[in-house]
Design a binder for this molecule. Structure first.
Ligand SMILES: [Zn+2]
Ligand SMILES: [Zn+2]
Length: 318
């Protein structure tokens, strides 16, 4: 899931909304107004304006943006109230405590993009991992409203499937957002870093800039990175923090991306160097796996690495 945290889009770090550790399920919403497609660079401002309009709504007396998550047409998931918090969007206290709320940045016209549907499915799955039951409903199932509109209602009725990656589809365009790495983009589209680099003539895959337009070649075989345990351990034992110098082993970045996805490593440290911050982050992962003492010293072992790879999409080799 390409999560954009509250602080990243410009909201206070923690939502003041009341805690709600579990609920029956998740309700899907849309904007309910006309919404024209726009570049991703404008999506954070859109989310901020939604929050501002909710805070300005004296009748509802909102403490925060009403949704738990919001998803843009480019597939990014914006942290609203977040997991484990009561929604304010479902139309009443009973509905707000029975279901969390996920809102698509989609309007009354057009079809939701595949990226949007993927992001919605990921946000729903994330809520299900954090207290939501299996029930996925339309806002209109909870209260009298047309929300979330025809196409999204059909998608919910169909069991909110992940859109298929069509093997025959041509290339697509992707606009790089701040902090995004080529590894993350490649994983998202199911292509290799090398394929994107060659399709765009990138001399250095480590250097991409926010706002840069990339051509994403069509997916070929599912790209599943391999991480060598021996080379990773060597990097973890040897790498001093030296951002900007060549990395000792490219698999380090794959592991760092996974640690970041787990919320254990800040994006600025996803730099290909297994430095002290990455060691601490890996130690936190080992503790999460149940290891203690010397077994959680931040130097990867096979079992913890395999567990990370299974969860975050890479294979472990010797
Ligand atoms: Zn709604
Ligand atoms: Zn966007």
């Amino acid at each position: 899931m390409q999560l954009i945290s509250r602080t990243a889009w410009g909201a206070p770090a923690t939502s003041p909304a009341a805690a709600l550790p579990s609920a029956r399920g998740v309700a899907v919403h849309y904007l309910g107004t006309r919404y024209d497609s726009r570049p991703h660079s404008q999506c954070a401002a859109m989310v901020r304006s939604i929050r501002a309009s909710h805070l300005a709504n004296k009748q509802e007396n909102y403490a925060d943006v009403a949704y738990n998550y919001l998803v843009c047409e480019h597939g990014y998931v914006y942290e609203g109230r977040g997991a484990g918090r009561r929604s304010g969007a479902n139309g009443g206290t009973a509905q707000n405590t029975s279901h969390y709320a996920v809102c698509a940045l989609h309007g009354t016209t057009g079809q939701p993009s595949d990226a949007l549907l993927r992001g919605l499915a990921e946000a729903i799955a994330h809520l299900q991992q954090h207290g939501a039951g299996r029930e996925v409903v339309c806002h209109g199932d909870l209260t009298a409203t047309a929300c979330p509109g025809g196409p999204l209602t059909s998608w919910v009725r169909a069991g909110h499937p992940l859109p298929e990656v069509k093997p025959g589809a041509g290339s697509t365009r992707h606009t790089v957002v701040r902090g995004e790495t080529l590894t993350a983009i490649a994983r998202r589209y199911g292509v290799t870093v090398a394929a994107i680099a060659s399709a765009n003539g990138l001399p250095d895959p480590d250097r991409i800039a926010a706002g840069q337009q990339l051509t994403i070649p069509k997916a070929t075989a599912p790209a599943r990175p391999k991480v060598s345990l021996a080379r990773l351990i060597a990097a973890a034992k040897a790498d001093p923090p030296k951002t900007g110098t060549p990395v000792s082993y490219s698999g380090v970045r794959t592991v760092e991306e996974a640690l970041r996805a787990e919320g254990l490593l800040a994006g600025q440290y996803v730099d290909g160097h297994f430095g002290s911050v990455t060691v601490s982050a890996y130690a936190a992962w080992q503790r999460r796996c149940g290891y203690t003492g010397r077994d959680a010293d931040g130097i990867p072992g096979r079992a913890s690495l395999q567990r990370l790879g299974t969860k975050r999409g890479f294979d472990v080799t010797n």
